[in-house]
Ligand binder design. Structure first.
Ligand code: WT7
Length: 658
């Protein structure tokens, strides 16, 4: 039967039988990596390998020591070297005559288009850098950024980098209360935000909402407001300034001053196993080296020809490394879209691929599954023939979604790079090299050159073919350097299980008979909802802060759309009955505390929670009961009857849902 005569279902089913997926000869012929020379080079001397990659950047002073690992787990890369990150992302391209190249084809929600060139970015970055200095920002001062997906967010980040002020970007989907917390933890002196933000045709006031929670935070001295939606923004005299007015009066030139390779570039808060988010600290030279290297080789970037699009939000590490630093360091042309994937319609992404002739497209498995649900008619409305490579990140991709992506979006012709990494690793660690690697759907395949990964058992021995814990066995340039102001927590979280020279990832994984890595999911109390990382403790603490709640336990439950969904077991105060109205109220409360992304999908009323005699909540039992599994050992429970009551409550819940 000819390929085109087959229904998609039948074709996908047929492909499920296929073990290997090789790049097409056309792709391989032109790919940057077509043999294992780079792997061999890195295997023989990984430090020298990374040094060679670092030389791709402009350094104002050469390093004296490529890697200092004398005090693990505190690594120093390219010590003695000096560079300016914003110079590497902007000036050097403009100086080489590429100032007119488009850095971002920006598309607004209502269809507005703005092409921002490298020269324009450089102009605005210098002005904003000067304005920040005028406002008293010095090297080392933390600057908060809370902005929607507009070009100004890139200007803000690079202006900070230019003057050595670490930025602390908070994803626009987090609530103002989360912003406040993160500004407080990082002692941010300045916050750059917007009057308002647009989402699916509606406008939300941002500045006034920020003001509502930021009132008494002393450390925050200045607020810069980008006029984005024209929403009324209350301005406090002497503290608040409009971005456009600052730029209009700022001096044009801000020479790129050299900073040490280990100068902090940014802090990015992410969820850990406690309610307090972790401030992941990344520095300059090593981070940029690996960001640029991975962006070039994993996406097979030809900066003169390709149009690249990473659909993430800049507020996540994916946006930092693969919207801002990697692509700009490589002089790439990218697409940036302000809106949601289904607004104004479910074909908007494919419209943008056609419009800008996107050749490299990078997104999350959850988005692919949403597209599958919406149906093939949306991508089929558009010409996607410009695409030559597809990528995924954020969570394990199920083989069915992988095959759908390959067939429907990539027409069977584009290699898929399933990239495994974390906020902590700073850059992609395990991924196919698209012209070289034979892919297996659902596997991130192999560690990249310069990266050493292993699957270990509880004692630190190689787990063989068994499932175990993913670990990284040698330092890498883009690794986190510490947790901001919490070095002990840094050691405890990542470097205590296997010792100071082996990084404990927190993911379960398996290495198969062909040496392919399969990342299974988190082993700690971190939940992954649509590729967004949340901690059970953080959500619990938000729920418990609701006045009518006595206690709560939160688990991540398998969900076919979002990977995991949040289920909350909630005990109310006194003898109240749980109502639908109260469910809505609790969800709203969590949205206000953390952000809409943290709202529990299911709320199950519990008279009591399963606890050990020492009072520790047994989440394992909650997961078993929520997913309808046989319950394991319940003899250690203080009150074994709790489980029967919970089963009844879950059954009622399922009845209500119909
Ligand atoms: C966690 C890190 C890396 C940027 C986005 C998420 C999971 C990430 C994959 C993948 C399987 C993946 C892991 C990891 N994860 N990529 N390709 N296959 N799992 O960054 O918020 O720091 O989350 O996301 O569990 O530990 P993050």
């Amino acid at each position: 039967m000819a390929h085109s005569d087959m229904t998609l279902e039948a074709r996908l089913e047929q492909l499920q039988q296929q073990k290997w997926f090789e790049p097409t000869p056309q792709f391989r012929e032109r790919s940057l990596v077509a043999d294992d020379a780079m792997h061999r080079e890195a295997d023989s001397d990984f430090v020298a390998f990374w040094e060679r990659q670092a030389r791709e950047l402009d350094w104002q002073r050469e390093w004296t020591q490529a890697l200092d690992w004398s005090n693990p787990p505190f690594a120093r890369w390219f010590d003695g070297g000096q560079l300016n990150v914003s110079h590497n992302c902007l000036d050097r391209h403009v100086e080489a005559g590429r100032g007119d190249r488009v850095a971002f084809h920006w598309r607004g929600e209502e269809g507005e288009e703005r092409d921002v060139t490298y020269a324009e970015l450089l102009r605005d970055v210098q002005k904003l850098a000067n304005a920040l200095r005028e406002l008293g920002v010095k090297s080392g001062d933390v600057v908060g950024v809370y902005l929607p997906m507009i070009p100004e967010v890139v200007v803000a980040m690079l202006a900070c980098a230019r003057i050595g002020a670490p930025h602390n970007v908070v994803f626009g989907g987090f609530s103002p209360e989360s912003v406040r917390e993160r500004m407080e933890f990082s002692d941010a002196r300045v916050l750059i935000t917007a009057d308002g933000a647009r989402r699916k045709g509606r406008v939300a006031a941002v500045k006034s909402a920020v003001d509502d929670v930021m009132g008494d935070l002393r450390s925050l001295e200045r607020v810069i407001v980008v006029r984005n939606t024209g929403t009324d923004a209350p301005m406090t005299d002497g503290r608040d300034f409009f971005y456009d007015e600052l730029l209009a009066s700022a001096a044009d030139a801000c020479p790129a001053e050299p900073f040490d390779a280990e100068h902090p570039l940014f802090i990015l808060y992410t969820s850990g196993s406690t309610a307090k988010p972790k401030g992941i600290l990344h520095t300059s030279g090593g981070y940029l080296t690996q960001a640029a290297f991975t962006h070039k080789y994993v996406f097979d970037l030809k900066a003169d020809e390709d149009v690249y699009w990473c659909s993430a939000d800049v507020g996540w590490i994916t946006g930092h490394t693969y919207i801002v630093y990697g692509p700009l360091a490589n002089g790439a042309t990218s697409v940036m879209y302000e809106g949601a994937p289904d607004y104004p319609d479910k074909d908007i992404w494919w419209e943008l691929v056609e419009r800008y002739k996107v050749s490299l497209f990078y997104t999350a498995p959850t988005a692919i599954r949403a597209c599958m649900k919406w149906g093939v008619e949306y991508p089929q409305r558009r010409d996607l023939s410009s695409l030559r490579l597809l990528g995924t990140v954020g969570e394990p991709i199920n083989p069915k979604a992988w095959l759908w992506y390959r067939e429907v979006i990539g027409s069977g012709r584009c290699p898929i790079v399933d990239t495994w990494w974390q906020t902590e690793t700073g850059a992609i660690m395990i991924s196919p090299l698209p012209g070289l690697t034979k892919a297996k759907p659902g596997s991130a395949t192999h560690p990249l050159p310069g990266v050493k990964a292993a699957v270990l058992d509880g004692n630190g021995e190689e787990a063989g073919a068994e499932q175990g814990y993913l670990a990284l066995k040698q330092p890498w340039p883009a690794m986190l350097r510490t947790l901001y102001k919490e070095p002990e927590r840094f050691i405890e979280t990542y470097w205590s299980k296997y010792g100071r020279d082996t990084y404990f990832v927190g993911d379960a994984a398996r290495c198969d008979e062909d040496g392919y890595f399969w990342v299974i999911g988190r082993v700690d109390d971190v939940i992954n909802v649509s590729g967004h990382r949340l901690s059970t403790a953080e959500v619990e603490s938000a729920i418990v802060s609701h006045e009518r709640v006595a206690e709560a336990a939160v688990i991540g439950q398998a969900d076919e759309d979002t990977g995991q969904g949040i289920t909350a077991f909630v005990t109310l105060q006194g003898a109240q009955d749980g109502t639908d109205e109260l469910v809505g109220d609790i969800r709203e409360h969590v949205a206000k505390r953390i952000g809409k992304l943290a709202r529990p999908k299911r709320v199950i009323w519990a008279d009591d929670l399963p606890k050990t005699r020492s009072g520790k909540i047994m989440r394992r039992l909650l997961r078993d009961i929520a997913e309808g599994r046989e319950l394991g050992d319940v003899t250690t429970l203080r009150d074994p009857d709790v489980m029967a009551q919970l089963s009844a409550s879950i059954a009622r819940h399922e009845d209500d849902e119909g």
